[in-house]
Design a protein around this ligand. Structure first.
Ligand SMILES: *[C@@H]1O[C@H](CO)[C@@H](O)[C@H](O)[C@H]1NC(C)=O
Ligand SMILES: *[C@@H]1O[C@H](CO)[C@@H](O)[C@H](O)[C@H]1NC(C)=O
Ligand SMILES: *[C@@H]1O[C@H](CO)[C@@H](O)[C@H](O)[C@H]1NC(C)=O
Ligand SMILES: *[C@@H]1O[C@H](CO)[C@@H](O)[C@H](O)[C@H]1NC(C)=O
Ligand SMILES: *[C@@H]1O[C@H](CO)[C@@H](O)[C@H](O)[C@H]1NC(C)=O
Ligand SMILES: *[C@@H]1O[C@H](CO)[C@@H](O)[C@H](O)[C@H]1NC(C)=O
Ligand SMILES: [Ca+2]
Ligand SMILES: [Ca+2]
Length: 761
């Protein structure tokens, strides 16, 4: 059997209210019908006094006013401004009896000899009207104004009336995206503070997705900063603030993506609203890993000009599994403000919040079905935005302190409240209690920064002590002495943390308690019946805020019990870490008084303001962390770079090569040409020479030949000629000879004949 309420001890606050209607009866003084004033209104009269005989001195008037006050039973509120003979009288009593009081006062003032004139003061209709919003769902936003059960809302309307609406403050919703185009968000949307880590672009617009509907971030954004009086949907808690979105939950989430989200635009974004965390299924023990932790720490040191980013996280909805926000490292971190909704209450009253919604898939831009602690964290973020408008230089620790100092203890059947040594009430169920915007802003107005964060770490005790089964228990002590604290100057506590390494075959059966020196105990590790994990706790840090404001000096006790049936648990190591400041317990008490005194609203009403240091100029540095996305981007970058480089190199190479080639070619060409030329020349010359020679030779030869031929020809010719000549000559000669011979013959013959004939004859 486990105790029914094994709940966390972290800085958890409630933002929930009962909606139960309890009408007051009015039997003492029956109301004179019709004119029943609403609670909160006060009956006051301005009275012009006619001083008694003698000098008209202030003393005489005061005495007269006091006398009137006594005889009428009304409270004398003193002179009205500079009107020295006008006094304000108020009826302080049951609102149900106003009718009666009004009649009595009327009779008294009319009959009194020294009252020259009187008038009942009406509430300024002007300021009343200013809060009549025309947003259709505003009447259903019970968490903003709850006239049925006053005290169960965040009491924000009075803050708005004083023009505190979050102006100048930016809240960022770290979630699955923010649809910034819908009417109720668009005018307040801050693109400068936004980013999309899932797609790595500056626009956190949610992606419509059949399986998991990505409307969560948009709804949270609406709760914080939905535009007021625009005739659409609802009104945000800090409707004057700017709202940004970081889309990170729509896809695989890595440690480094978380780290980037926690520091994204941290000089623009003041408050990070994270309505998510590890599975609160009653068995998970997880939290921010190395980078996430470092980012939270870096955020509170360097964010918001060095005043520190405010991280608001939901404590998870795991209450029904006996879960404990100490198993959630976000809720457990000293850098966060953790908001819970109080499982039991919400389950009983089935409360839904009205807020903006996306309209990407069937949505209308407005919903009435937003529930859970994820609905509570953004409301708290909105309230912190109101505080930061009032006093922009509050540090992250100032915000935590103010929350602790002003949370209202809330009684129900389930909460076991304990008051610690500094007078703060805390319950494991409801943390410090309900947040109240009025109290927060009034306290913020007069809040001067707490001293520096001081811390003390004990040595790491290597115990190796076995954890006995119940009724046995393992008890470990450490005495923190004043000399231990001297170095840091710590006097009072804020967070107290214990880091343990425990091996156990079934860690859900362990219960771990821490006792502060004052004796108050914190259940830092509750039994979780369904946590069967056999690996125990490896360097897990549990923390508590139950010792807030107490003196840091004294003996701390760690108590481990094992109520399971598997023995064998061993506590290997433990270490105590204290966080606090140099405030003395007296100074804490003094500050509590100051905050209490400011609750009348007198500082919020006036122009009063404490000086604020300007803060540091810190530039937003880009973080060199790797996520699957950045990896992807980086890959693309690398590929691109390589491509470009490659191209460039290629180009250069090509150009070089080309140049070289050209040069080479040119050279070669030139050389070749030259060579060619030379060769050509030589060749030519040779050729020419050769030719010439040849020609010459030939010519000569030819000539010679020719000559020879000629000669031969000539000779031949001559021969022929000769022959011809000879022939001709011969012929001629022959002919001539012949002729001559013939003739001679003939002549001789003839002569002979003739001679013969003559002789004969
Ligand atoms: C809201 O708008 C109406 C006009 O539509 C105006 O009369 C009213 O004063 C406005 N309320 C506030 C709070 O500004
Ligand atoms: C709520 O706010 C009003 C001012 O609007 C203030 O007078 C009242 O005291 C506040 N109530 C609580 C419980 O803080
Ligand atoms: C609030 O602001 C409005 C407009 O700026 C101004 O008229 C009004 O007087 C302010 N009210 C207070 C209480 O400061
Ligand atoms: C918060 O409210 C939701 C919705 O009613 C409920 O289911 C859940 O158990 C609650 N969680 C816590 C831790 O209060
Ligand atoms: C703790 O240490 C202080 C200083 O040494 C000593 O005075 C005190 O008695 C110790 N307390 C216990 C319980 O040992
Ligand atoms: C507030 O400041 C304004 C201008 O700075 C001034 O006019 C006004 O009188 C001041 N009001 C009060 C109550 O001091
Ligand atoms: Ca995008
Ligand atoms: Ca609206």
């Amino acid at each position: 059997m486990y105790p029914s309420f094994a709940f966390p001890a972290c800085l958890r606050l409630l933002v929930i209210w009962l909606v139960h209607v309890s009408r007051l009866s009015c039997d003492a003084c029956p109301s004179p019908g019709g004119d029943t004033p609403r609670s909160g209104e006060e009956l006051t009269w301005a009275v012009h006094l006619n001083p008694p005989h003698g000098p008209e001195t202030a003393e005489a008037l005061d005495a007269l006013a006091d006398e009137l006050s006594q005889s009428s039973g009304l409270e004398n509120r003193g002179v009205i401004g500079e009107l020295k003979d006008h006094y304000l009288f108020a009826y302080v009593g049951d609102a149900r009896c106003h009718g009666d009081a009004r009649r009595k006062a009327h009779t008294l003032f009319t009959e009194h000899g020294h009252v020259r004139w009187y008038s009942e003061q009406k509430l300024l209709k002007r300021s009343k009207r200013s809060l009549h919003f025309n947003d259709p769902k505003y009447p259903q936003q019970w968490h903003l104004h709850n006239s049925d059960s006053p005290g169960m809302d965040i009491n924000v309307t009075g803050v708005w009336e004083r023009n505190v609406t979050g102006v100048g403050v930016t809240v960022v919703v770290v979630d699955d995206g923010v649809q910034h185009t819908i009417q109720d968000i668009q005018p307040n949307y801050s693109p400068e503070g936004s980013y999309d880590l899932n797609s790595n672009d500056p626009d956190p617009m949610p992606h419509p997705d059949g399986g998991s509907d990505n409307h969560h971030g948009t709804r949270c954004a609406g709760e914080i900063a939905a535009v007021s009086n625009n005739s659409f949907c609802a009104v945000g808690v800090a409707y004057g603030s700017r709202i940004a979105g970081i889309r990170v939950l729509d896809g695989p989430l890595t440690d480094s993506m978380e780290a980037i989200a926690f520091n994204k635009h941290y000089q623009i974004n003041d408050i990070y609203s994270c309505s998510w965390g590890p599975d609160d299924d009653g068995r998970t023990v997880d939290g921010p890993h190395q980078l996430g932790k470092a980012a939270l720490q870096h955020g509170v040191i360097a964010g918001r000009k060095g005043f520190g980013s405010i991280f608001v996280v939901a404590s998870g909805n795991g209450g029904q599994y006996n879960d404990n926000c100490n198993y959630d490292g976000y809720a457990n971190s000293i850098y966060t403000v953790t908001i819970g909704n109080g499982t039991l209450l919400l389950r009983r009253f089935n409360i839904f919040y009205v807020t903006s919604d996306w309209d990407l898939q069937k949505g209308t831009g407005c919903t009435e079905g937003h529930t859970g602690t994820s609905a509570a964290a953004p409301i708290a973020a909105g309230m912190i935005a109101l505080m930061l408008q009032v006093r922009p230089c509050l540090t992250w620790r100032d915000v935590q302190h103010i929350v602790v100092f002003t949370a209202i203890r809330y009684e129900d059947n389930f909460a076991a409240w304990e008051t610690n040594g500094a007078g703060f009430s805390h319950s494991h169920q409801h943390g410090f209690g309900l947040l109240n915007a009025w109290k927060l802003t009034n306290a913020a107005k007069v809040w001067e920064s707490v001293p520096y964060l001081a811390s003390y770490g004990s040595p790491a005790f290597k115990e190796k002590r076995s954890i006995p089964l119940v009724p046995g228990r393992l008890e470990l002590n450490w005495n923190v002495t004043s000399s231990d604290l001297q170095l840091s100057g710590m006097k009072t506590l804020e967070h107290v943390a214990v880091t343990v390494t425990i091996t156990h075959p079934r860690r859900g059966s362990l219960e771990i308690r821490l006792f502060c020196p004052s004796g108050i105990s914190s259940l830092i590790g509750a039994r979780r019946s369904i946590d069967m994990d056999p690996s125990g706790y490896m360097d897990w840090t549990f923390s508590t805020v139950r010792c807030w404001g107490e003196s840091a000096e004294g003996v701390y006790k760690l108590l481990v019990t094992d109520s399971g049936d598997l023995s064998g648990g061993v506590l290997n190591q433990w270490q105590l870490t204290l966080y606090g400041s140099s405030w003395t317990p007296m100074e804490v008490a003094e500050r509590r008084r100051l905050v209490e005194d400011a609750q009348g609203g007198q500082y919020l009403n006036s122009n009063f303001s404490l000086p604020c240091p300007p803060g540091l100029q810190i530039s937003e540095q880009e973080q060199y962390t790797i996520t699957s996305n950045t990896l992807r981007v980086r890959c693309v970058c690398v590929i691109l770079c390589y491509t470009v480089l490659y191209c460039v190199i290629l180009c250069v190479c090509v150009i070089l090569c080309y140049t070289v080639c050209v040069c080479y070619t040119v050279c070669v060409c030139v050389l070749y040409c030259v060579c060619d030329c030379v060769i050509l020349c030589v060749l030519y010359t040779v050729c020419v020479l050769y030719c010439v020679c040849v020609i010459l030779c030939y010519t000569v030869l030819y000539c010679v030949c020719d000559c020879v031929i000629l000669c031969v020809c000539v000779i031949l010719c001559v021969c022929v000629c000769y022959t011809v000549c000879v022939t001709v000559l011969y012929c001629v000669c022959y002919t001539v000879v012949c002729v001559i011979l013939c003739v001679c013959y003939t002549v001789c013959v003839t002569v002979l004949y003739c001679v013969c004939v003559i002789l004969w004859v």
